[in-house]
Design a binder for this molecule. Structure first.
Ligand code: BDP
Length: 687
């Protein structure tokens, strides 16, 4: 179905377009000597794409045929493809593509479009790139492109459980597991691998960071053969497989009494375990670890710290070239809300900053984009820039746990861009988060992007048809963080819905407005949360207010917000470097959208916008509903212009969104009317 093929539909192009492209696509020239699986995947993708878009069958051959038609040559620079050598080699130097990049050049004289790279993976990315150009109607007559990914690790984290459920999954059940077994339906996994590779992603963790009882056995012979088969599928698409592991594995699956990382038996156990895993999967990526967080086991049990814990695993993986990706989402989820110093926002920095420099070279710290937990708006984690001597990567959440759960539209690329463009000032002005996580700022050995996936076994992968844009956009941004949000949105829309200008214009506009719309009717001014506990969908202003999870707004009859200043609050603002620390820590300079994250203010406090806090709450919540209604209206105007099934699925969700936006508005406005006793200046009815 259309939703299933997502952005790899390759719909047939209009005839005039077909002609312009076909003249370059007489055959695919491949060297017989290049027998890699990834090359085979690249070649078959190319012939599939060209076949569908241009209605032609392109056969692969080892040299150009004599039909006079142009051909596409694919291969590594030293792989023995004479056409590649001819197009590139004549100049004496091959373009610098790095390990994963590619070059595409149209050579009119010889009638060849050459897709060359150092490695087969680069060829694969080049093929997807060329197909994308053709699908979006971009001329290919004079190409001369060299691209390299900015980030070395471009990873997806599945939060899938062996019972088939997905933690924070909103698009059905797992495509990997079913009923406590690894699925036999490998075809769907292959299609997923294609989708990921097409955006440039190169790594995947296939199980939940919360490793439960049975998943602990993934690294045993009970599951390793099946996992090796899955690794084999991803390998064809140049994607490395990782596993989440349980820090207490030596106790739970072995016969040790301890998981103490400094214990000799524990070290030996993990070394033997690593050998066993690499025996089954020689190019295994490594372990992802959530330790000492939300009741997961970890080194704290033994009085050890996170450097001790991660280094022990890193030592076991080192002989095999494996990595330990260690999560910084570590905080006390049983804290006492009266104790300011335990502010959850501070936790990651407080835990990890003092350990900088103590981690082995094959450990990478995986840091969530913000200090709390994937809220619609929160500041950037102050850990970025604070760890000059420790490999770091960033973690985003594509799954919209707190941003509408695939029922509301929320295109997250603009949010991620804001995070990446944030200046940490770590090495003076211009030390943006994107330069921290691409490794260039501090010269990290390993670094990059990770994100929690939003796919499940729904026919269209992501539940909401337009939520596919977040998965697509994530991959494109991991490849190149400089790409603009609207450019990515437009690319995705053209690939998915075709190039009817009205459709493109409408969908791109809706995507670009969606984050702001969602923010406007949910928790105000950066304070976050206000969601129903546990499942995190829908409004519940005090849902977490008196619990121990550390997520508060401190609303009383006078005002609201969390005082995180150094002088009178939790001191969180002081974790940033100057000038950020002062900008956030000073009421006058704190940006409106984060005001309540950093300050507790009276409802009558006047924002930079000129409105009082209370009036801002009322206004944005009334507007939010109108704008959510607007999304439904805008989508409905596309009836007949997009396929009927997709139209209907999305229309249902936009109707739900509009309805739920009312619920948010009414709950929040009523709550604050009652708390503050201050009415709406415009006299609107608040229920
Ligand atoms: C939160 C989720 C929880 C995850 C946790 C994590 O609510 O289900 O286990 O993050 O990232 O967002 O470990």
């Amino acid at each position: 179905s259309i939703g299933y093929e997502a952005w790899l539909r390759y719909p047939q192009l209009a005839e005039d377009k077909q002609e312009a492209f076909s003249r370059w696509c007489g055959c695919i020239v491949e060297a017989e000597t290049e027998e890699s699986e990834v090359m085979a995947a690249a070649a078959s993708e190319l012939s599939r794409g060209l076949g569908r878009m241009l209605g032609i069958t392109t056969s692969a051959r080892s040299s150009r045929d004599s039909s006079g038609k142009g051909c596409i040559a694919i291969g590594t620079f030293n792989g023995g493809n004479e056409s590649i050598a001819h197009v590139y080699g004549d100049s004496g130097v091959y373009p610098n593509t790095g390990a994963e990049g590619f070059a595409i050049r149209t050579d009119a004289k010889s009638g060849i479009i050459a897709i060359g790279a150092e490695q087969p993976a680069g060829v694969l990315y080049g093929v997807f790139h060329l197909l994308r150009l053709i699908a979006t109607g971009t001329a290919i007559d004079e190409l001369d492109i060299v691209e390299q990914p900015t980030n070395a690790i471009r990873m997806i984290n599945q939060w899938d459980n062996i019972d088939g459920s997905i933690e924070r999954g909103y698009a059905g059940q797992s495509i990997f597991y079913d009923n406590n077994e690894i699925t036999k339906d490998l075809g769907r996994i292959e299609d997923y691998a294609r989708l990921l590779a097409s955006t440039g992603l190169n790594a995947i963790t296939i199980n939940n960071v919360n490793v439960h009882r049975l998943e602990t056995y993934f690294i045993t012979d009970r599951f390793l053969p099946d996992i090796a088969r899955i690794a084999g599928i991803f390998r064809r698409y140049a994607i490395k497989l990782f596993l989440s592991v349980n820090f207490a594995s030596p106790i739970e699956t072995g016969d040790l009494k301890t998981a103490d990382p400094l214990d000799a038996d524990v070290k030996a156990w993990w070394k033997a375990k690593a050998d066993e895993v690499y025996q089954a999967i020689p190019d295994f990526g490594g372990f992802l670890v959530k330790a000492d967080s939300e009741n997961r086991p970890g080194p704290f049990t033994y009085g050890r710290d996170h450097a001790d814990g991660s280094n022990m695993l890193a030592e076991a993986l080192l002989p095999h070239g494996g990595l330990v990706i260690w999560r910084c989402f570590v905080y006390n989820c049983k804290q006492d809300w009266r104790d300011r110093k335990t502010d959850r926002a501070r936790a990651a920095y407080d835990h990890f900053k003092p350990l900088d420099g103590r981690f082995m070279d094959n450990v990478i710290l995986q840091i969530k984009n913000g200090p709390m937990d994937f809220q619609v708006r929160e500041p950037v984690s102050p850990l970025f820039g604070a760890l000059p001597s420790t490999n770091c990567m960033i973690e985003f959440q594509i799954a919209q746990e707190y941003t509408g759960q695939a029922r509301h539209l929320c295109y997250l690329v603009p949010q991620w861009k804001e995070v990446l463009d944030f200046d940490t000032y770590a090495q003076g002005e211009g030390s943006h988060v994107k330069q921290v996580v691409d490794g260039s700022l501090f010269g990290y050995k390993h670094s990059g992007f990770a994100a929690v996936s939003n796919i499940g076994d729904d026919a269209n992968w992501t539940g909401h048809p337009l939520a596919q844009s977040n998965l697509y956009g994530y991959g494109r941004l991991a490849w190149n963080p400089q790409l603009a949000s609207d450019a990515i949105a437009e690319e995705w829309t053209r690939l998915t819905f075709g190039s009817e200008e009205r459709v493109v214009h409408t969908v791109v506009g809706m995507l670009m407005d969606s984050w702001g719309i969602y923010e406007s009717y949910t928790a105000p001014l950066g304070v976050g949360w206000m969601v129903s506990p546990n499942h995190h969908y829908g409004p519940d202003v005090d849902g977490y207010e008196y619990s121990k999870w550390g997520t508060y707004h401190f609303s009383d009859y006078k005002g609201m917000g969390v005082d995180r200043t150094l002088a009178t609050g939790t001191g969180y603002a002081g974790q940033y470097r100057e000038p950020n620390a002062s900008v956030y820590g000073t009421l006058e300079s704190c940006p409106d959208e984060l005001l309540l994250f950093f300050h507790h203010v009276p409802y009558t406090h006047v924002l930079h916008s000129g409105k009082t806090v209370i009036q801002h709450i009322y206004d944005t919540h009334f507007e939010g509903v109108e704008r959510a209604d607007g999304l439904l209206k805008r989508w409905n105007e596309l009836e007949g212009q997009v396929d009927a099934e997709t139209f209907k699925r999305a229309a249902d969700r936009f109707a739900q969104q509009a309805e739920h936006a009312r619920e948010w508005r009414d709950r929040i406005n009523t709550y604050y009317l009652r708390k503050s006793g201050i009415g709406d200046a415009l006299g609107r009815t608040i229920y």
